[in-house]
Design a protein around this ligand. Structure first.
Ligand code: SF4
Ligand code: SF4
Length: 181
């Protein structure tokens, strides 16, 4: 399995902060109430975190080579807010998501960008912040050692696989409980 169709879950509308936080509270309650039913989801999420922790220094090293010289910083508010799948992953890992200010201009610089880059721990960033490799970064990887390129392909695939597995298991639970109706 590679990836998961996130549109099967409710879409979080950033222009609807109340809806966003209601969905977050609903998910929190589900994770509290169904700890046992969600044990497999949590195991898969831990596998995802292991890959993410392994991949983090790789991204960091290529960000350091490209981002300081970038004229089109990609970190906008609309990218820095999680989707439903990200919230599932955070809760499956017993992590507390940062507080999101949802009433900001979605095209403005991300609320989490600081002078030294993103202020949020990698695992608590939206997944899109990790899988998005811009062209300058891809070029850097391609001109680096072939082993680096092989590592990139392998780890990005593992991220998609483990995240997809986690969300698929949650989807099975979600359907079994009738939340998809
Ligand atoms: S990831 Fe790419 S587009 Fe985004 S700030 Fe860094 S160099 Fe620029
Ligand atoms: S990497 Fe950090 S600063 Fe950039 S969009 Fe994502 S959360 Fe925001």
């Amino acid at each position: 399995m590679k990836g998961f169709d996130i549109t099967l879950f409710p879409m979080l509308n950033l222009n609807d902060p109340m809806g966003f936080y209601l969905n977050l509270e609903k998910l929190k309650k589900i994770f509290e109430e169904y700890q046992d039913d969600l044990s497999e989801v949590k195991i898969s999420a831990q596998k995802y975190k292991t890959v993410m922790d392994k991949h983090d220094p790789f991204i960091q090293s290529y960000s350091a080579k490209t981002c300081p010289y970038c004229g089109t910083i990609c970190c906008a508010n609309r990218h820095g807010v999680p989707d439903f799948g990200d919230l599932i992953i955070f809760l499956a890992l017993d992590l507390r998501a940062p507080h999101y200010n949802l009433v900001q201009d979605e095209r403005a610089p991300c609320q989490f960008i600081g002078e030294r880059g993103c202020k949020v721990e990698r695992i608590l960033r939206p997944y899109r912040c990790t899988w998005y490799y811009c062209d300058p970064m891809l070029v850097q990887i391609e001109i680096d050692k072939p082993s680096e390129y092989r590592r990139f392909i392998k780890e990005v695939g593992e991220l998609a696989e483990t995240r997809g597995e986690t969300l698929y298991k949650f989807w099975e639970f979600w359907k079994a409980k009738g939340y998809d109706k």
